[in-house]
Structure formats: structure tokens, C-alpha cells
Design a protein around this ligand. Structure first.
Ligand code: THU
Length: 131
């Protein structure tokens, strides 16, 4: 699948988000190695700290569905510019998707910025330390 198409799925996924308090919609679309797309959206809690980001809902949904290998994760939001994943999501993406995941950011003009996850979380803590 082309990353433009994956980005479109992230934009569509924003509609599923539940940003009750911030009203800031974020959508994510995670591409598996066999070209399946699993979406996520941010879901907020009245106990604000329990909010979960779009990226983590996508990753956790995919993992519990038995998906284990991923090519890319696209992220779209209500912001004019590019929304980059928070630190907690970067760690979870690293845990489940690995350093070589492509992170595809899409802005309101449908422009893409693509990074390797290892660029976004350098000097990371990963499972190699636990072996
Ligand atoms: N949020 C995400 O879902 N992903 C990001 O990459 C940045 C922040 C959510 C969390 C919260 O629901 C809202 O955006 C405002 O922080």
C-alpha cells in the first residue's frame, strides 16, 4: 500500500476518536507486513491522565488481534501542521513495531513527512536490555 493511502486512512480514523475534553482529534493507521490496516483514535477520560493516544490504540488493537510485524504507522490530527507522536507512544511503538517502523505524519494539506522510528526515539530503552 502506498503511504498516501495509509495517510488517508489516518485522516478517516480521526472521525472515530473520542476527544471529549480537548476536542483535538487524532487518527492513526498502522500498516501490517501483509498490508492490513488497523486504525486508532485518541480516547479521553474524565480522569484526564487515563487518556490514550491514537497511536497506542492502533498498536494495542493490532497486537491483540495477533498482528506482530508492521511496516508503517500514519498519524493525522486537527492541527494545521504535522503531529508527532508523544514520548509514551514512541516507546510503545518501539516495543511492538521495532526501530525500522516508518512513521508517516500527514498535515492538513495532505503533505507527508516520513521518519524511521529510530530517528524519533534515539538512544532508546528496548527489550535487548532485558535479555
Ligand atoms: N494525542 C494523540 O492521540 N496522539 C499524539 O501524537 C499527540 C496527542 C492526543 C492525546 C489527547 O487526547 C489529545 O491528543 C491532546 O493532547
Amino acid at each position: 500500500m502506498k503511504y498516501e493511502e495509509l495517510a488517508k486512512k489516518a485522516i478517516e480514523a480521526k472521525e472515530k476518536a473520542v476527544p471529549t475534553y480537548s476536542k483535538f482529534h487524532v487518527g492513526a493507521a498502522l500498516l501490517t507486513e501483509d498490508d492490513e490496516v488497523i486504525i486508532g483514535g485518541n480516547i479521553e477520560s474524565a480522569s484526564y491522565g487515563l487518556t490514550i493516544c491514537a497511536e497506542r490504540t492502533a498498536v494495542f488493537t493490532a497486537v491483540i488481534e495477533g498482528k506482530r510485524k508492521f511496516k508503517a504507522l500514519a498519524i493525522a490530527s486537527d492541527a494545521e501542521g504535522f503531529t508527532s507522536p508523544c514520548g509514551a507512544c514512541r516507546q510503545v511503538m518501539l516495543d511492538q513495531c521495532g526501530h525500522d517502523l516508518d512513521v508517516v505524519l500527514v498535515n492538513k494539506k495532505n503533505e507527508l513527512k516520513i521518519y524511521k522510528l529510530k530517528e524519533l526515539i534515539p538512544h532508546s530503552f528496548d527489550d535487548s536490555e532485558l535479555r
